[in-house]
Design a protein around this ligand. Sequence first.
Ligand code: KG4
Ligand code: ZN
Length: 339
Amino acid sequence: MYTLGIETSCDETACAVLKNGNRILSNVISSSLDRHRVFGGVVPEIAARHCLEAIDVVYQEALKKARVKPCDLDLISVTQGPGLIGSIFVGVSFAKALAFALDCPLIAVHHLEAHLEANFIGRLKPSSFIGLIVSGGHTTLVRYQKWRYQVLGETVDDAIGEAYDKVARLLDLGYPGGPVIDRFARRGNPKAFEFTKPKQEGRFDFSFSGIKTAVFHLQQRGAVSLRERRTLENFCASFQETVMRWIVDKTLLACREEGIQCIVVGGGVSANSRLRALLSEEAGVRGIKVFLPPLELTTDNAVMVARLGYSLFRKGMRSDFQVAADPSLKIGGNGHGTS
Ligand code: KG4
Ligand code: ZN
């Protein structure tokens, strides 16, 4: 069975072909990242225009690489949301038109569920787990059981990736900030700077705006400067250790309180070296199993979308032509037009 995945929720335009839900035949991604760099963050209008320009080329390339013809496709899976309305609209419209023209089943999926599903290509999906979604737009803890997702907590302000990007911008380290800070952090002393732990209402909620403000004040006082490489490395290591400890502690707490011995991680920030090491280490001593996505599937891609569509389709779910792009799609519910 051949599944075409289409992902256009933000600045990437991606198409992938998956065979029987487990074999990646192609994984094509066109990013508009370079066009956003000068602005220090994603500009929605530029992202949507890029999706519109790239979608057909990326689709053709994905089929060519997979050596599959349009008439061979058995299922089209597309990201319905959440994300940027203009970008998602391009993917959903393209998917609907293609499904209609090819008379092929269509399924619209949730972007964050797809990030978690990236872990299950060639691996058995556990029947229950705590999902940790860490990306540029989200920091969310969910509980998965019997095919249903329930949100346990999320960020009350900035997402973790957003915090990395904003801190990197304050320090003039470029965009996106996550990979740069991660690189500097590997050589620094994580105890050099201390940050105050945030207090939020919900036990499983996160907050990163306080640490961002603390960095702003440090930078204003000249305590962190690009010119002093050692200080910068120490700062990055301290920042990274602090935020990753908060995230890992909450995730382990969720496991304990929910009585679940399995963690599944997804999203762009799941590429972070310290998060991967710390979570594996801390979960390991508690006998908790951790799923971390392969590095090439951490950032936005269409393989994860194809995989989730395939899983849901096999469970009997379908979308009709009423399905619409939904920038605020909630995790856990079926998208409008999907049953
Ligand atoms: O999931 P993603 O590709 O896009 C969204 O759906 O948001 O995540 C992008 C985010 C960016 O904020 C980027 O800075 C962050 O992931 N990121 C990282 C690392 N690699 C990417 N953050 C921390 N450490 C990394 N190694
Ligand atoms: Zn994403």
